[in-house]
Write a protein that binds this ligand. Structure first.
Ligand code: IPE
Ligand code: MG
Length: 238
């Protein structure tokens, strides 16, 4: 367990943390390196972050890896990101499994390259009975498309309009079975949501920081958790 932490034992922690890890490209550019080196550094940092987060009683973590809008990046970068994730999953799936983490994918899997689909499916299958932290990887994910996919499925299944409420609708999203996001963290000095979990963040607390993702350390995540623990959530009440 944590030894030196600025988070007190009784601090209120989020159940579900979502992360938009932004700033890999700028991190690399600042060092005169190709953007893909930034993504490598970002992936390495992700590995450490998952380790830190799994030491807290945080049940769900959702990471934005690749958005449906990221296809508009140069082909080299897109291909680089796909092979990076495939390599990364294959390399760390056992470590994730040993930590009791359950891996899950959200987004449109079947539009991704075969090798990556296979790596994701294998990792999900291997870890499906784990009951530690659930790690959701949003890869080829878009919030609006997720909502449209839910609507299409509701119609295809002939669900009566009278039966559609927020609870039922949530069950048709990719995040079926997950609670709403409590804390959304975005690094890299951008103050926007970028089509991430737009339904699930309706009442989330937001934490933005200028720190670029590869530099977002254990101390930085503690700052975010501390900030969350000091906020008062009212959900529209008084
Ligand atoms: C975020 O870093 C990682 C992904 C979108 C995969 P960026 O690639 O957006 O980095 P910047 O914003 O250009 O610095
Ligand atoms: Mg960016």
């Amino acid at each position: 367990m944590m030894t030196t932490s600025m988070i007190g034992k009784n601090a209120r922690l989020p159940t579900h943390v979502a992360i938009v890890p932004d700033g890999n490209g700028r991190w690399a550019e600042l060092r005169g390196l190709p953007r893909l080196s930034g993504h490598h550094a970002g992936a390495e940092n992700m590995r450490h972050m998952v380790e830190y987060l799994s030491e807290y009683p945080i049940k769900y973590v959702t990471l934005y890896g690749f958005s449906t809008e990221n296809w508009s990046r140069p082909e080299d970068e897109v291909r680089g990101l796909f092979s990076l994730l495939e390599e990364f999953i294959n390399q760390y799936v056992l470590e994730i499994h040993k930590r009791g983490i359950k891996l899950r994918h959200i987004g449109r899997l079947n539009e991704l390259p075969q090798g990556l689909q296979l790596a994701i499916n294998r990792a999900v299958e291997l870890t499906k009975n784990n009951n530690g932290m659930t790690l959701n990887v949003a890869f080829n994910y878009g919030g609006r498309v997720e909502i449209l996919d839910a609507v299409r499925r509701l119609i295809a299944e002939g669900v009566s309009h009278q039966n559609i409420d927020e609870g039922l609708f949530s069950n048709y999203l990719y995040t079926d079975g997950l609670p709403d996001v409590d804390l959304l963290i975005r690094t890299g000095d951008e103050l926007r949501l970028s089509n991430f979990l737009i339904w699930q963040t309706a009442y989330s607390e937001y934490y933005f920081t200028e720190v670029l993702w590869p530099d977002f350390s254990k101390k930085e995540i503690e700052k975010a958790l501390l900030s969350y623990s000091q906020r008062q959530r009212r959900f529209g009440g008084l």
